[in-house]
Design a protein around this ligand. Structure first.
Ligand code: 5AD
Ligand code: SF4
Length: 438
């Protein structure tokens, strides 16, 4: 039988990137090779995100582009997965009548069965029923492409935090952790294929193992650290409430653990933090930052921020800016609050006007740009160790890699260095990257 070709378009977070790689691996098992162009595919999968309204809009408009392909080729199968599929399966079927399959965030392992059913019956199918033991199906892990230097590994799924703005607990389910043995086996297999850096993924990675009573993230990191051939370990995302001293202690001490933490603060106002149900005060956050820096002075700290949460006053917003001035984040993702149906915040009074949200976002982003640039400039003239990831796409004479602090560095060098750790001297700084010399 000839191989069929599958094209996957991924929206949203790193979890979705990981899921898409798993989908590729699962489908390879039933004869689908992945391809780079939608118009060459026998099957198109859109892996969607619901985190904000804009993400949903983007996914629906992407889907709209495939209508024409379906009109030209009635054999083409179009599937929708991810968070929109999970939350709005019927709406997807209604808005996109050319979609054949809608599957959920916790039944990806059943894709071959769904495809067979559609081929046999010729009818559309929507099944988003979460699999009871879905976490164990993650042990059928993605096969990394042979050239990958860095790979994601999901160590937990779902979230129990119920931040009042967030849809994740509703669409990704409750928090569950994978077993350490399965994670270690997956990382060993990645290293055998040439991977040198892993990023452990979860909505709240520092709560790893809490519910299951297995040893926590620190113990897991200590085991991963022993894997020969692996050079770097990262993890994301950490929740300030669950960041314990024993984890903070590892930075600067465990050689393979990178000197970067993504620790979203969301707001600098205690009143808003409480309405968000974040479970910490700005003072707690600032204490974590000083502990982290005391342990490892150069540690890169990045954050997510939301502006225009319901009830956010000018004073609350100023408190966020003041916190940013105090911390001086190495980088931050910032967003206008987006109301998500079914979340607790959607019922809160005092919506912030769109124009106010827009202006606050601009103010916050320009402040962050100042800080990002300043932090990048502080590296000029210093030495840094880079894990070389690839030849630069825009300039073949350059290699691209990252410092332990997660800064992108471009520098001239031979392609053979891909996958190795090299020392460079930083010679230039931009907003989103650094320039270096071997
Ligand atoms: N509106 C705006 N931003 C949101 N985020 C999550 N939910 C929303 C929402 N409803 C942001 C948070 C989170 C990041 C992944 O997305 O900052 O940390
Ligand atoms: Fe988007 Fe959250 Fe779903 Fe990831 S888990 S795809 S960020 S809604």
């Amino acid at each position: 039988m000839d191989n069929k070709r599958v094209y996957i378009h991924t929206f949203g977070c790193q979890m979705n990137v990981y899921d898409s790689d798993r989908i590729k691996t699962i489908l390879a098992g039933c004869g689908y090779l992945s391809c780079e162009r939608a118009d060459q595919a026998d099957m198109i999968i859109v892996n969607t995100c619901s985190i904000r309204h804009k993400a949903e809009q983007k996914a629906f408009s992407e889907l709209g582009r495939y209508r024409k392909l379906k009109e030209k080729n009635s054999q083409l199968m179009i599937a929708v997965g991810g968070c929109i599929a999970q939350g709005k399966a019927q709406e997807v079927l209604r808005r996109a009548p050319y979609v054949d399959l809608v599957f959920g965030t916790r039944n990806i392992n059943r894709l071959p069965e769904f495809i067979r059913a559609i081929e046999e019956t010729g009818s559309r199918l929507a099944d988003v029923t979460p699999e009871a033991d879905y976490i164990d199906s993650l042990d059928e892990y993605p096969v990394a492409p042979p050239s990958a230097v860095s790979a994601f590994v999901t160590i937990m799924q779902g979230c129990d935090n119920y931040c009042t703005f967030c849809v994740v607990p509703y669409l990704r389910g409750r928090q569950e952790s994978r077993k350490p043995a399965a994670i270690l086996a997956e990382i060993r297999a990645l290293v055998e294929r040439g991977v040198r850096e892993v990023t452990l993924l979860g909505q709240n990675v520092n709560a790893y193992g809490k519910k299951e009573g297995v040893p926590g993230l620190r113990a897991l990191l200590e085991e991963i650290d022993k894997i020969a051939g692996l050079k770097r370990i990262r993890f994301t995302t950490s929740h300030p409430r669950d960041l314990s001293d024993d984890l903070i202690d590892l930075f600067g001490r465990m050689e393979k653990l990178c000197n970067h933490i993504h620790l979203p603060v969301q707001s600098g106002s205690n009143r808003i933090l409480s309405l968000m149900n974040r479970g910490y005060l700005r003072e707690d956050y600032l204490t974590l930052v000083s502990k982290l820096r005391k342990n490892s002075p150069d540690i890169s700290i990045t954050s997510d921020m939301i502006v225009g949460f319901p009830g956010e006053t000018d004073q609350d917003f100023s408190a966020t800016l003041a916190l940013m001035e105090q911390v001086r984040f190495d980088g931050a993702f910032s967003f206008k609050y987006s109301e998500r149906k079914g979340t607790a915040a959607a019922a809160l009074p005092a919506r912030v006007e769109e124009a106010v949200r827009t202006s606050r976002l601009q103010i916050l982003q320009s402040l962050q740009e100042e800080h990002s640039l300043e932090k990048n400039q502080s590296w000029v003239g210093r030495r840094a160790t880079i894990l070389v990831e690839r030849v630069n796409e825009n300039n073949n004479a350059d290699l691209t890699g990252r410092t332990s602090e997660n800064r992108i560095v471009n520098f001239p060098g031979p392609p053979e260095l891909t996958g190795s750790l090299v020392e460079v001297v930083i010679s230039g700084a931009y907003l989103h990257s650094l320039r270096g010399q071997l």
